[in-house]
Design a protein around this ligand. Sequence first.
Ligand code: ARG
Ligand code: ASP
Length: 722
Amino acid sequence: MKFLRLLIILFVLPTFAQQGGMWIPSLLKGMNETEMKNLGMKISADDIYSVNHSSLKDAVPHFDGGCTAEVISPKGLILTNHHCGYDNIQSHSSVEHDYLTDGFWAMKMEDELPNKDLFVTFIVRIEDVTNKVLEGVVNLPTEAEKQKKIQDNISMLNKTLPKEAYQENSIRTFYDGNQYILFVTETFRDVRLVGAPPSSIGKFGSDTDNWVWPRHTGDFSLFRIYADKNNRPAAYSKDNVPYTPKHYFPVSIKGIQENDFTMVMGYPGRTQEYLPSYAVEQLMNSLDPARIEVRDRALKVQDGFMRKDNAIKIQYASKYASVANYWKKWIGEVKGLKKSNAVGIKQKFEKDLTDKINKAGKQAEYGNLLLEFKTNYEAIAPYALAREYFSEVVLRNTEILSFAYRLYQLEQVYNTKGEQAFNDRKVNLVAGFEALYKDFNANVDEKVFEQLIDLYANKSPKQFLPATLNNINATQMAEDVFKNSKLTSYNGLKELLNGDAKTVLEKLNQDKAFALVKSIADAYNNNVAPKYDELNLKNIALQRTYMKAIMELSPKSARIFPDANSTLRVTYGKVKGYQPSDAVSYAPITYLNGVMEKYVPGDYEFDVPQRLIDLYNAKDYGQYADKNGKMPVAFIATNHTTGGNSGSPALDANGNLIGLNFDRVWEGTMSDIHYDPVICRNIMVDIRYVLFVIDKYAGAKHLIEEMKLVKPAAKATKKSKK
Ligand code: ARG
Ligand code: ASP
């Protein structure tokens, strides 16, 4: 027994210690496939991606450009997160049909709800086109000309590379401009809402539990893809039919345990794993803390109002959640970067790389790289900080300033493009503002303004600020702006925008909020933006060369995956608990009894629906309980994921669906910059909980019958064998 354990440790640790990475599905053969098989995978790289036959990639569409989904039936049924379908669920909700609160279930196909702008995109084919994209680029004298030529080549290739009429070509850069890959895609625009649990299941734990393990959220919703009679993409029509997929995932209710192989496929949005230490230091010590402080203040104000006033709570709930999501993530990120000594590890890496550069005699090409990085990151520091404050205070978190900024842009449109363009933009703005004002409360925003303008005037680098922000009294300024600006109401805004261009611009320039934003934005555009852009372009060019050096000089066995860029990736690992801190140890699986432990009757985050309580009390879990009769809810593993991976399928060694990815653990949120396999975990809903809610909670058995369930051998029935 002891010997066996030792053997396992010896065998498992080396591979385990190396995990992390988000890999391109068409390039798994070789090192990745071997590693995956060593970790327990039973299928082949060819089963995951192939152009010759259907493969797993055919069941994993990008959902609405920002999340991932997976096909789980031969009739185009797809599964994604509740928080990914949230806007669509909300858009069908009213006081009479509050699908967010009560959930929604289409009991037959006719009841499935169309969604105006929702789309899903499948990948048909992936192809390296680096040589074509870089044709004629090397000999161009300047960086700007090179970039222009690359862009021209890409547009030309997107048009001319072979594809069907109903498909699109999209060329993306990998490894910071060292590789270019073509994706041939198909986008379906008739995607209907099929089912969603109540928020008390789908968003259980809300912001308090967000980014946290142990977790008990049933974060899922169901949609269905519709196609035309030829199974091709088509705009919504009642004559469309359910899409027949090339592949759909069998759903395994066999259950999981610690150390099982898992793999996640999806569309991770953005990571920065190869930043130099200088950049990580800046992010950790300057940029993250700045944005955290801005959001901290804004959220405190909003929370105070939301707790006292239910109407405000409804108005601000969605905005609050999205601002709080990254606020909380950055706090975790800074802690994690510090605790894992990310800067020290990067410095060591840089020292090793320098040695390799010298050994390889590549000093001419790479010798100055790190010094240039250092100089450039030092130079960009105040500009980057000013940019962060501008974006967080003006564009994002003070609503009246962000409204005024749109009007500032309208004035620019007039100055650069003339009256016709101005009028077109004005019409769009007036229409668009209606929804923004619906969820706007001037009393809340005045208090937010007071807090954030104070930060802006005192914490953003002073040398770039306009005179209007010299020695301000924030309270007085807030009062003055909110008393005198027309932008505090939709009617006021319409009044301001009424008239021809000249009249409108005169009125705008007399408005307090507009005038203030104009002074701030002018100062930003003159003093910060040009210099930031110049230095940033240089960082981008340096990063490309740095990446090239890393790829050239690393041993063949090194795991160099390209940073996330919203393209399809595969990541793999094992179901695994972790030790967040001294003497604390987290198990990898949570259960329904944990939901009941967190239950706070009537609480907006931790309420539990009566029907779920009843099922729990009766232990009425059907075929979905684990072998001890418990109902699993969520689990964690060592898959390397990021924003955009929400809704991604979690698969077992045979490519069967076992879970639905939706988050990461608090201590590992720095994984976008520095992945540490010891502490970074992704969080998934156990698929058995999803099925249990669909079947037992909602009574939507017909959906289960569409799926192909893979059941434990001992309990296999005739039905599961066919
Ligand atoms: N943290 C997860 C992600 O980044 C879930 C966010 C949705 N949930 C929430 N409470 N805001 O998207
Ligand atoms: N919750 C994220 C998403 O929505 C996933 C993550 O950041 O881990 O994509």
